[in-house]
Design a protein around this ligand. Sequence first.
Ligand code: KG4
Ligand code: ZN
Length: 350
Amino acid sequence: MADKSFTILGIETSCDETAASVVRGTAPGPGAILSNIVFSQTEAHAPYGGVVPEIASRAHLEIVDSVIESALRQADLSLSDMDGIAVTAGPGLIGGVMVGLTTAKALALASGKKLIAVNHLMGHAMTARLTHGVQFPFLLLLVSGGHCQLVGVGGPDDFRLYGSTIDDAVGEAFDKTAKILGLAYPGGPAVEEAAKRGNPKAHDLPRPLLFKGRQGRAGADFSFSGLKTAVRQLVQDRSASTEDVSASFQAAVIDILCDRSRIAMQMFRRDFPDGETLVVAGGVAANQAIGGALAKLCGDEGFILRVPPPRLCTDNAAMIAWAGVERLSAGAGGDDLAISPRARWPLAHA
Ligand code: KG4
Ligand code: ZN
């Protein structure tokens, strides 16, 4: 008997992208992305050098209905064709999450379809199954604007935290470095672009926690705030070029990510002796230099590297729809319409 395939509408409004998508498939994937609409609010936030929550929720409210309509139209399907409506219920900016969740509840109520409340991080975590059909278990390096974690994923409900940031997220470090350098927002792509023309050895920037797990902390924890401070001092004290600072910053980030990932690989292999896949997810996974360094690390350590394409690494609704597919494939039902949005919602605990 062929596996049942699920068709899900996904909605994502937890940060500064208003997104809707229709995805069809069954776990472990890969799935088919029938539409993937992402409306980025970047321009609205650019003058402030970061996301302004009030501007974000108003912008989501203005556009979410038409983004959903476009996603259905592009898939050439209607609500009645869906098996469920998956929506980000957290973590994220609470005003934005509320817009998406309320919209999804209204659609679920009107259409009689299942509401599937999705953890945004779960969406990032499962993207490599949507794109590559990656089997459990896998080691996940989740690197976004709000998160930086290494997690062992044994199944859809089995997340083991090996390390997380004790201060800034790595995407945040990119964004802050870009701001110090006067580069465009969002900072990650701008710093990566500038770094291509710079010398990564021009400045010796700190690599916090490198090679020595801090006492009392998990061995694979991250720290980026010292790096950011060093960048600020460098720019203030010396006439360092934007390109060289960007390249040196990115080189330090790469060393930190590879070192922590190597330690997490050992922790993962203790939990899952047959595990051999490293999945990278979240906006920072779009960075080609980081991807290249992780590919080399995987080659050295006998791991297979899986990185979704950039448009599925940054925030999107296909990953939320796919998380809905995962839920229904596991035989679980929908959520109660009374479910509340959550500003904080960790994927895994230490
Ligand atoms: O996953 P995402 O779209 O949103 C969150 O859930 O946070 O990640 C956004 C983050 C931003 O900090 C952005 O600067 C970073 O991902 N980013 C990058 C690149 N593209 C996006 N960082 C480094 N290099 C890139 N090419
Ligand atoms: Zn995200």
